[in-house]
Structures are given as structure tokens and as C-alpha cells.
Design a protein around this ligand. Structure first.
Ligand code: H79
Length: 445
């Protein structure tokens, strides 16, 4: 009884210190959003779309910055954007064939051009271009028809808006006046977010990018106010911030750009993994926006393995495509998406709706699980025989996922030895993931 008063302040102190944990506590998150997070964890696979004025130049979405294009010439370029072959039904059909459960599309990238109908600026696809249509509206309606969730990528960084001032790390060569009103800029963001959360029906959430251009606390991004606005307008919408830091209050997903969670090969991701749902965003070649000379496409087996490795780390894979300025999807990208979908038609049961399994990622592969079923994904292992550490429960059945062939199991106190059927010695291009299904005795969790 005497200990309680001393423990309480200690616990309070610790929770105040650990902002990350406080940010991820579930007590203040309403049930709609908790349910949306669970849906998101189950979804596992999304399609990222980078598409905008920059697509016209075929040099990626950073072309304005990289080639130091001033605002004036870029505005002229924007006036020529006319993607006459854009067909929302076609895009969503490709996404469905790929087996993704959601689409995340650029509503406005760093170039500051709005790809949707907005009253906050004339610099948008409806008012500024001969196209005059709102592709995000067409896409939202089609996603609702075909049962996919739609998320909006939204850039907090802006290379065009005069009030993006003081400037951050980029956007210095666009010829804007050296002054501006930061709070007016943030009002502009909030008014556009209000439109995105009001005019497109229920959306999956907002994927924020570019805050790293002006890191807080030097810059006040008014996040609490903006996040509260989003949560008020759509209580089930998730906030997915790509600020490369540990999660902040109000956020729902921790996303890792071009990296599996915790693996900071890109050089700008945090290695701190929190308790929120996780996501890895990945380019299919080396570019986000359409790049006409980038032929470094990842192979289908590579992409399958990325999806599987993400699932084994509890993360979704958000796989990017950069459609062309006429509105068509590059054939190299479409082919790969369809192949992934074919693979998922067979193996989706070992991915969708799973969580990372009882064995943490290994050099040979990963595990996922659903209920009392553990999926052993043998990605990179030359032998038929594979030794696993103990799963914490007795294995009562083992077979190959795709064929149902029996897998021999020997178990002891220290682990489980599997012998895979003959004829499938290596996980190669033909068979990028040898999936073994283990049924285990009910475990306590
Ligand atoms: O939309 C795609 C990219 O355009 C955008 N995010 C993806 C999803 C992106 N822009 N830059 N990056 C990703 C890489 C980030 C590089 C950074 Fe830096 C390193 C940000 C901060 C340090 C270099 C220095 C670029 C800005 C400052």
C-alpha cells in the first residue's frame, strides 16, 4: 500500500518523457479510427500513384527543383496538361487485378499544382488546364464502385505558393518574392484538406509529405490544429505522415520511404519503430513520377519478396507507379502489377489479414500468421531442410501452401525442423516464395 504513491509519479514522469508512446496510446482514439487501423493492418498491399504536371517532362516529380524551373514557365507548362486518355475505371481495374486494397494518389505534390477541383487557388487541373475535369473525383467514385479505399497524398512543402515563407531546404530557385505569410499558407492547406475530406465521399486518409523541408520545432506546422480538422471531418480517416520521424500525436501509421521498417538504407528514415500500423513505400523503378528513361524496373520476384518481407515485419507495401502525361500507365508497370495479382490469387491467404509471425525476420525469409496458422515464407534458402527456433506451440500439421504437399516435421524443445518436398529445392525466379503452412496448437497470446 505504501508503494502506490511513489509508483504513480514515476509512471506519469515516464509517460510524459516518452512522447512517442503517448502518441500511440489508444485511449483517445475513437472506435472508427481504431477499426480503420485494423482494416489497414489487414490490407497489406496498396498502389501509390505519382501523377501531375511534372509527368509531362518525364524526369520525375522533382523536375521543377532539379532543373531550377521558375514559377512562370512551370505555370505555362501546367496550362498544357491534358491527359485525354485518363480513365479512372481502367486505373482501378488494374489496381484490382494487382490485388491491392487501397490507392494513394498525389492530390498536390511539391510543385504546388492541385490535381483536384479547389476553390483555394486557380492553380488546379479544373481551372488551369484544357482538361477541365477532376481526376480525383472520377477516381474516388470508381474506387467506391470497385471497393477500394482511396488515400490522398498531400504535400505540405510547396515550391509555387508565395506564402511558403520562410523557405526551407528546397524551392529557392523558383523566382518567388522573398517574403510571405506563413499562417496564411497554413490556412490554405487547411482549406484544401477540408475540400479533400468533404467532396470525395469517405476516404481512407491523408498521406502527408514534405514536412521534412522545414523540420519542426523550427517551423510551426500547426499539426494539432490540422489533424483535429481532419479527424472532425472524417473520424475514420487515417493520418499517414512521411516526416521520417517517430510518430506524433494524432497520427495513425508509421511509413518508411524506400525501406523496410527499421532498415534505413535510404539514409533519411528513422530506425525507431513504434506500435502503430506500418507501411513501406516503394518505387517500382527508381522514380516516383513518370521518368521516360528510367528502365530500372524491379523484377516480379523482387517485388513479391518485398511484399512478403514487409508482411513479415507487420508492414503494408505501398507500391508506386508513375502514369504518363496522357493518363496511361506504363506497360512495364502494368505487367508487373498484373503478375503480382496473379501471385496473390494463389498466395494471398498467406498475406492478407495476417500479422507478423512468431519468428522474427531471418536471412532465409519471414513468418506471418493468422489465428493458429503460421505461414513460413522461405524466400532465400537453397536446401530442402530448414531449422526453425521454437514457435512457442506444438506444430500439429505442415503442408505446402500452394499444392498441399506434406512437409515433414521434427520437433523438440529447442525448435522445429522442416523438410520440404523434393523438386522445390530453391526459392528462385519460378518460385520466389516457398510457403509452408503450419498449424499449431492453440496458443495464448
Ligand atoms: O513523393 C515522393 C518524393 O518526391 C518525396 N517522397 C516520395 C514519396 C521525396 N522527396 N524527397 N525524398 C522523398 C527524399 C528525401 C530526402 C530528404 Fe532531404 C533528405 C529529405 C530531407 C533529407 C534532401 C535534403 C532533400 C531535402 C533535403
Amino acid at each position: 500500500m505504501m508503494r502506490a504513491p511513489r509508483l504513480l509519479p514515476l509512471w506519469l514522469g515516464a509517460s510524459l518523457l516518452s512522447r512517442g508512446l503517448a502518441a500511440q496510446a489508444t485511449d483517445s482514439v475513437p472506435p472508427e479510427r481504431l477499426a480503420a487501423r485494423q482494416w489497414y493492418r489487414d490490407a497489406k498491399f496498396g498502389m501509390f500513384i505519382h501523377w501531375g504536371v511534372y509527368s509531362l517532362l518525364g524526369q520525375g516529380e522533382w523536375v521543377m527543383q532539379n532543373r531550377e524551373i521558375p514559377v512562370g514557365p512551370y505555370e505555362w507548362l501546367a496550362g498544357t496538361f491534358n491527359p485525354i486518355k485518363f480513365d479512372a475505371r481502367e486505373w482501378v481495374s488494374v489496381a484490382k487485378a494487382a490485388g491491392v486494397r487501397y490507392i494513394t494518389i498525389t492530390s498536390r505534390h511539391h510543385d504546388g499544382f492541385s490535381m483536384f477541383a479547389t476553390k483555394a487557388t486557380r492553380y488546379n487541373i479544373v481551372d488551369w488546364t484544357p482538361f477541365k475535369r477532376d481526376p480525383l473525383k472520377e477516381l474516388a467514385d470508381e474506387c467506391h464502385r470497385q471497393g477500394l479505399k482511396l488515400f490522398f497524398y498531400y504535400s505540405q512543402l510547396d515550391w509555387h505558393h508565395p506564402d511558403y515563407w520562410p523557405r526551407g531546404g528546397t524551392g529557392h530557385k523558383t523566382g518567388r518574392p522573398e517574403n510571405g505569410d506563413w499562417s496564411r499558407y497554413l490556412d490554405f492547406l487547411d482549406s484544401q484538406l477540408t475540400e479533400l475530406l468533404t467532396n470525395y465521399g469517405p476516404i481512407g486518409g491523408i498521406w502527408f509529405d514534405g514536412m521534412w523541408d522545414k523540420p519542426s520545432p523550427d517551423a510551426d506546422w500547426r499539426l494539432p490544429r490540422t489533424y483535429a480538422l481532419i479527424h472532425r471531418l472524417q473520424p475514420a480517416a487515417l493520418i499517414v505522415p512521411n516526416h521520417h520521424q517517430a510518430p506524433l500525436p494524432g497520427e495513425d501509421v508509421q511509413t518508411f520511404e524506400q525501406d523496410l521498417p527499421g532498415a534505413n538504407t535510404a539514409g533519411f528514415n528513422t530506425e525507431e519503430i513504434g506500435r502503430l500500423p506500418l507501411e513501406t513505400s516503394l518505387t517500382m523503378n527508381d522514380s516516383w513520377g513518370f521518368n521516360i528513361t528510367d528502365r530500372r524496373y524491379k523484377s516480379v520476384p523482387e517485388l513479391i519478396r518485398y511484399l512478403v518481407k514487409a508482411a513479415g515485419r507487420d508492414a503494408n507495401l505501398l507500391l508506386n507507379i508513375g502514369p504518363r502525361p496522357d493518363g496511361t500507365i506504363p506497360p512495364e508497370a502494368e505487367e508487373r502489377l498484373r503478375e503480382l495479382g496473379r501471385w496473390l490469387t494463389t498466395y494471398g491467404g498467406s498475406i492478407y489479414g495476417t500479422r507478423r509471425g512468431p519468428i522474427s525476420p531471418r536471412d532465409w525469409g519471414v513468418t506471418t500468421e493468422r489465428g493458429d496458422t503460421v505461414f513460413v515464407h522461405v524466400l532465400d534458402w537453397p536446401d530442402r531442410v530448414l531449422a526453425l527456433p521454437t514457435l512457442g506451440a506444438r506444430v500439429v500439421g505442415a503442408r505446402m501452401f500452394a499444392t498441399g504437399e506434406r512437409v515433414e516435421v521434427k520437433q523438440s524443445e529447442t525448435g522445429v525442423v522442416l523438410t520440404l518436398p523434393a523438386g522445390r529445392q530453391t526459392s528462385g525466379a519460378e518460385d520466389p516464395d516457398r510457403v509452408v503452412v503450419l498449424t499449431v496448437e492453440a496458443r495464448r497470446k
